[in-house]
Design a protein around this ligand. Structure first.
Ligand code: PLP
Length: 430
């Protein structure tokens, strides 16, 4: 039997989440992707060793920058995302930090929206400036002219999240991509909360997509991992990113030019940052992540259905002051949600209570089914008090800009029976 589902990108999303990127005939016909638990690989003959170390051959020499199990995961993610190349890393934060380091050098700037995950804010505000890279936050992320105004001659990328934290706010991805491209810079999207099943940022103009794979991609709260995917086709040689021009010149004689140009971002990321800073994902993690991805579309459909039911319940509850979920008809993000999220705007929502902080504390102490945990994207439903966890220690003004108040509760809605989730919230609110 000639079995070719592994590289047929015309197959549907759910079929590809099970088959893309894996050819069993190359692995003793093992139907499960094997875990290659190797530190290093035999180089073979002398000439092959040279080809591997110059990355002219798509093989494996040392596990700090590539591994066959991880390669399957990377090919599967590239297929699901509709991108040219993907890279798996040790955590979402390692992906975001290495992406920024790849895009910017000392003296450069990165423009970002404000409602980001706390780790990304700290990276841009406090850590990267120590190395001469400045994070510039837009004044109003809902206003496209704010992005234009934040860009200078030194800007090397725009960074946004698909659904903000904790309120799942939505920005106009296509408008922001147009602005980035007018300035010759890429748009980078953290698509963690949506996954490629709900949103494929490349179809809306993005150039790089980052993931904390710890969340929905894995889906069961069992691992820490990250991944980034490159669309391919961005012009890295336009003069805005001299580090890519040098990399291209250094490698064009070793790697076929068309391959090099197609995925220059990922190649430089692997050959520079994975090689010498070493945040590669472990092959065992890649294996577990592949198991999680096999059910991604089914889980996301159920997550969204449940989130819609819980949001509807909360908005009509007398103890609740406000609910932030872009799927609600009353949400200011409803139009953007319909445009970008036809399958539903994820399953993370927040709400405020009429009883303020005391009521928020009481609610968290009284839920029985929801777990009091800071993670999101688990199959199980999670609850957290944003001001004392995800946004702990931020000045009140920063919290308010992110839509976090003393009584803001964030829910990550799981795939349980919706009636049980609603009954639990109902008894705790009472
Ligand atoms: N991006 C988003 C949107 C997140 O929510 C998180 C973590 O919560 C991260 C990135 C960082 O991911 P990790 O915890 O896998 O490093």
């Amino acid at each position: 039997m000639t079995y070719r589902a592994f590289n047929d990108n015309s197959l549907g999303f759910t079929t590809r989440q099970l088959h893309a990127g894996y050819d069993p005939s190359e692995h003793y016909r093992s139907k499960t992707v094997p875990i290659y638990q190797n530190a290093a690989f035999e180089l073979g003959d002398f000439e092959r060793g040279i080809r591997l170390f110059s990355f002219a051959e798509d093989g494996h020499s040392y596990g700090r920058y590539s591994n066959p199990t991880n390669r399957v995961l990377e090919k599967r993610l590239a297929s699901l995302e509709g991108g040219e190349e993907a890279l798996g890393m040790a955590s979402g934060m390692s992906v975001i930090s290495n992406t920024f380091l790849n895009l910017a050098v000392s003296g450069d700037e990165i423009v970002a929206s404000k409602t980001l995950y706390g780790g990304s804010i700290t990276l841009l505000k406090k850590i990267l400036p120590q190395y001469g890279i400045k994070g510039v936050f837009v004044s109003d992320e809902n206003d496209l002219s704010s992005y234009e105004a934040a860009i200078t001659e030194k800007t090397r990328a725009i960074f946004i999240e698909c659904l903000g934290n904790p309120n799942s706010n939505i920005v106009d991805i296509e408008g922001i991509a147009d602005i980035a491209h007018r300035h010759g810079i890429p748009l980078v999207v953290d698509n963690t909360f949506a996954t490629p099943y709900l949103l494929r940022p490349f179809e809306h103009g993005a150039d790089i997509v980052c993931y904390s794979a710890t969340k929905y991609l894995s889906g069961h709260g069992t691992l820490i991992a990250g991944a980034c995917v490159e669309k391919g086709g961005f012009d890295w040689l336009s003069g805005k990113h001299p580090q890519f021009e040098k990399f291209y010149e250094d490698n064009r004689e070793l790697i076929p030019e068309s391959d090099l140009k197609k995925s220059l971002f990922s190649r430089r990321l692997r050959m520079t940052y994975l090689c010498d800073m070493g945040a590669h994902m472990s092959p065992t993690t890649a294996f577990h992540l592949l198991q999680g991805i096999e059910t991604l579309s089914l889980r996301m459909e159920r997550h969204v259905q449940n989130a819609e039911a819980v949001a509807e319940f909360l908005i009509s509850h007398p103890a609740v002051a406000e609910v932030s979920y872009p799927g609600l008809p009353s949400s200011p993000y409803r139009a953007l949600s319909e445009k970008y999220f036809p399958r539903g705007p994820g399953a993370i929502l927040s709400f405020r209570l009429k009883g303020g902080l005391a009521a928020a504390k009481k609610l968290i102490e009284n839920v029985r089914l929801f777990d009091f945990m800071v993670n999101v994207g688990d199959a199980k439903s999670l609850i957290v008090h944003a001001a004392t966890s995800t946004h702990f220690g931020q000045p009140p003004k920063v919290m308010e800009a992110a839509g976090v108040y003393e009584d803001t509760i964030r829910l990550s809605i799981g795939i349980e029976d919706a009636c049980d989730l609603i009954a639990d919230l109902d008894q705790a609110l009472r």
